[in-house]
Design a protein around this ligand. Structure first.
Ligand code: PMT
Length: 402
């Protein structure tokens, strides 16, 4: 077995600046034990010479559909049959659109349609292109047809913009292909994930909220989808695009989140409660904007329902993964929450000035009755994957398959 699970890996390279990273990707894939053949679009060949991939993989590179030498024997069909895994990296917005609409006007898009092996795509494009509704719709179509979407990463882009759209680092792509290849446990399971903050209205223009960005919960939803789970993501107000393949329900308040979670509890196997739910809401939300008249304003607050504790108390309910955001006594407080809410597992993170909330990275102490594992600081996407690796064993034990 190779590191990625593929013996014959077809690497498609399309025309984006991150095509240069695909050379290193090809090298790592060869090092992982796979036989790698590269197909490039014409635009990709403007960024990197085909000869470079040929040197790295030891195999000739193909670029054209109408290649007289290879197509005499229907070479593209043969190549599609040869592959036991197909990876397109980088996958440009143009390629995603053509794949989503079933065009077959060049070798790579024809191969995608002809290939019955599992397909993964690592998108790479400008942040505004990534956020465009057309791109997001194409991604959803591809994900609904079983394509695994890897990334993109967030950060500074070649064009100077900052945000999601960068191709994942080659080593991360290889690691993700590895986790896809053993997607046994969570495949077909229904998972409900909550993410982001809740906002509790004081009046029509003000609310009580918190600093959660939703990044951790969205990364978790994405990791579950990658492993073949059916994911419902109940999200508070955040500025993130929905991971492909995820069904998202937007809410604002804790009461709305409570309703959305319980409306979707039927058949749920795992409940992952990553949202920073407000513990209290204003006793009353004023109909009109409160005027600046009195010297002192006192807000009466009432307790919100504890969504996670209620799910954990369900008879024959799902496996429950809670989170704990702590500014002090992390271990004691986390253990107390695990016990009090009767959870199967809890991921605790220190939060404060420059920790946990909003950032792209995080660290988690994962605890369960009788054990714990520290997951060091890393990008939230990688962290979510590591968390699933820990969860897998506990989930199997819980489900009685140990
Ligand atoms: O969103 P990011 O910016 O990426 O930041 C991630 C995070 C720090 C928000 C995340 O990692 C995290 O810690 N989420 C839980 C935050 C939190 O509300 O912790 P808590 O200790 O207050 O709550 C404990 C658990 O009970 C949580 O699973 C929470 O979702 C749940 N809860 C809390 C209150 C409530 N009324 N209902 C709940 O379900």
């Amino acid at each position: 077995m190779t590191q990625t699970g593929a013996q014959n890996l077809l690497l498609g390279v399309t025309g984006g600046i991150s095509a240069y990273k695909s050379v290193e990707l090809a090298r790592l894939l060869v090092a992982s034990g796979a036989e790698v053949r590269v197909v490039m679009t014409e635009a990709a060949a403007r960024f990197v010479a085909p000869l470079t991939f040929q040197a790295v993989t030891g195999n000739p590179v193909r670029c054209h559909l109408f290649d007289e030498e290879h197509e005499a024997a229907m070479g593209h069909i043969e190549l599609a049959r040869w592959a036991d895994q197909m990876l397109i990296a980088p996958a440009t917005a143009n390629f995603l659109a053509r794949a989503a609409h079933g065009l077959a006007d060049d070798l790579l898009s024809a191969l995608y349609l002809a290939c019955s092996a599992p397909v993964s795509m690592a998108p790479a494009m400008n942040v505004h292109m990534w956020r465009h509704a057309a791109v997001q719709q194409n991604l959803s179509v591809l994900a609904s047809r079983g394509v695994s979407i890897l990334g993109p990463a967030s950060g500074e882009q070649a064009c100077g913009d900052v945000g999601p759209g960068r191709m994942l680092e080659p080593a991360d792509i290889v690691a993700m292909l590895g986790s896809l290849s053993h997607r046994g446990v969570f495949a077909g399971k229904k998972v409900v994930v909550t993410a982001g903050p809740t906002q509790e209205a004081i009046d029509p223009v003000r609310f009580v909220g918190n600093r959660s960005s939703g990044k951790m919960g969205f990364a978790l939803a994405e990791a579950f989808v990658r492993q073949g789970a059916e994911v419902v993501l109940v999200s508070g107000p955040v500025a993130l695009s929905t991971p492909p393949g995820v069904r998202r329900i937007n809410v604002q308040t804790a009461l709305q989140m409570h309703k959305a979670v319980f409306d979707n509890m039927e058949r749920t196997d795992i409940f992952a409660s990553c949202a920073a739910v407000a513990d209290y809401r204003p006793e009353r939300s004023e109909k009109q904007k409160i005027k600046k008249a009195a010297e002192k304003l006192v807000l009466g607050m009432v307790k919100n329902p504890d969504i996670l504790a209620e799910v954990a108390a369900l008879k024959d309910g799902p496996f429950t993964l809670g989170f704990a955001a702590e500014t002090e006594n992390l271990v004691e407080n986390a253990r107390a929450k695990l016990r009090a809410k009767k959870l199967d597992m809890l991921a605790a993170n220190p939060v404060g000035d420059d920790l946990g909330f909003e950032r792209d990275d995080n660290a988690l102490l994962v605890i369960w009755p009788g054990g714990e594992k520290q997951l060091p600081v890393q990008d939230k996407r990688k962290l979510a994957q590591s968390l699933l690796d820990v969860l897998e064993q506990q989930y199997l034990t819980h489900a009685g398959h140990s």
